[in-house]
Design a binder for this molecule. Structure first.
Ligand code: UT7
Length: 349
């Protein structure tokens, strides 16, 4: 049994903030930002928007493209580091209510920029046991947690939401083939946001803090793990990079992706990049890019594709899937007749 993505959707707030606008109040320039990141502009949510309101818009689009009614959903996972509330109710519960998805279980996934990958794999596990349509959303209001006076970080981020509907595939070979989920907590201080319960005296209110990042160290980590995850996903499937139609990476920095392409000796053109106009929208970045790649026909029926994420935690991981029926060259590790729990273990790391 395979799990397929049957619909995608995304939402970007109307307001666009260019590098030049940032340079009006920060010691930076469009030239510096673009040459170091590949970003020219980002979308920033309006005052009356929230992570859940963006998530609902992306979710509605994904449900429409999958032809799934909200009440048919068995599970909603919202991957986010910027939930509407700190920390409950979950943003997924807010999305469920707004959609009228009354039969869905709900929770949020916190794996920072790798959140969508973690949530997809969690949903895949759920679907093996409960074969009901599942909604996975990545949604972020990064503009609410960045320090707008810190040129090292604020220039990178944007607000967005992207969503995917997952269902048990009707095609025996189509869907998610392999996944890798990894974390290295030793790097927890490379990107963090304080304001949680850690170190607070009892009864004190939780305090809002801004995102802190050691950019260069994260850059080096990202290049290394991206290359590693992609190579291992391909090794397991028996396919090579040439067989891939498209790689949808976390849209953190175009220079990271260029460095990966150089290390692997593969063409940059196969990596779908849209950070030029979205910036880094953390857990939303992969599903927003996926939706855009499908709309642009960079991903079509029968295509072998990969998604790779990395971020705070440090977390990282990837998914290799075919967009519809295609047979694996090597003996497939997953077969419908096999024990389902063994299948999940065989294909996840
Ligand atoms: O999604 C979560 C994962 N996060 C990431 O993947 C981010 C990964 N890291 C990066 O994308 C890059 O490291 C950055 C874009 C954040 C920074 O680029 P960099 O080439 O690594 O620059 P740097 O941090 O090594 O800084 C070099 C110089 C510094 O000045 P000095 O100390 O050499 O005088 C910075 O202060 O560039 C300066 N700088 C800036 N200058 C103009 C940093 N940000 C800016 C800026 N405008 N916005």
């Amino acid at each position: 049994m395979f799990v397929q993505i049957t619909g995608t959707g995304s939402y970007l707030p109307e307001r666009v903030v260019t590098n030049d606008e940032l340079a009006a109040t920060l010691d930076t320039s469009d030239e510096w930002i673009y040459s170091h990141t590949g970003i020219r502009s980002r979308h920033i949510g309006a005052d009356d928007e929230s992570t859940s309101s963006m998530a609902v818009k992306a979710a509605r689009a994904a449900l429409a493209s999958a032809g799934v009614a909200p009440e048919d959903l068995g599970l909603i996972i919202v991957a986010t580091s910027t939930p509407d509330y700190q920390l409950f109710p979950s943003t997924a519960c807010l999305v469920q209510h707004a959609l009228g998805a009354v039969n869905a279980a709900c929770f949020d996934m916190q794996a920072a920029c790798t959140g969508f990958i973690y949530a997809l794999e969690t949903a895949r596990g759920f679907l093996h046991h409960t074969p009901r349509p599942t909604l996975v959303v990545g949604a972020e209001m990064m503009s609410r947690i960045v320090d707008w006076s810190d040129r090292n970080t604020c220039i990178l981020f944007g607000d967005a939401a992207g969503a995917a509907v997952l269902e048990v595939s009707q095609d025996e070979t189509g869907g998610i083939w392999h996944s890798i989920l990894k974390a290295d907590g030793a790097g927890s201080q490379l990107i963090f946001r304080e304001g949680g319960a850690r170190g607070l005296p009892g009864g004190m209110p939780l305090i809002q803090h801004t995102l802190q990042m050691k950019g260069r160290a994260v850059f080096n980590f990202a290049v290394k793990v991206f290359d590693d995850v992609l190579c291992r996903l391909l090794e397991r499937s028996g396919y090579t990079f040439d067989d891939l139609a498209c790689v949808v990476p976390h849209q953190a920095n175009a220079r990271i992706v260029e460095a990966v392409a150089r290390r692997m000796g593969v063409p940059l053109e196969k990596f779908y990049l849209n950070m030029e106009t979205t910036g880094n929208s953390s857990a939303a970045s992969i599903p927003v890019a996926l939706d855009a790649a499908v709309a642009a026909k960079k991903i079509k029926e029968g295509d072998l594709i990969a998604m790779v994420g990395f971020g705070a935690g440090l977390t990282y991981g990837g998914i290799l899937m075919n967009w519809h029926g295609r047979t694996e060259k090597s003996a497939p590790a997953v077969h419908p007749s096999r024990d389902l729990s063994a299948e999940t273990n065989a294909n996840t790391e």
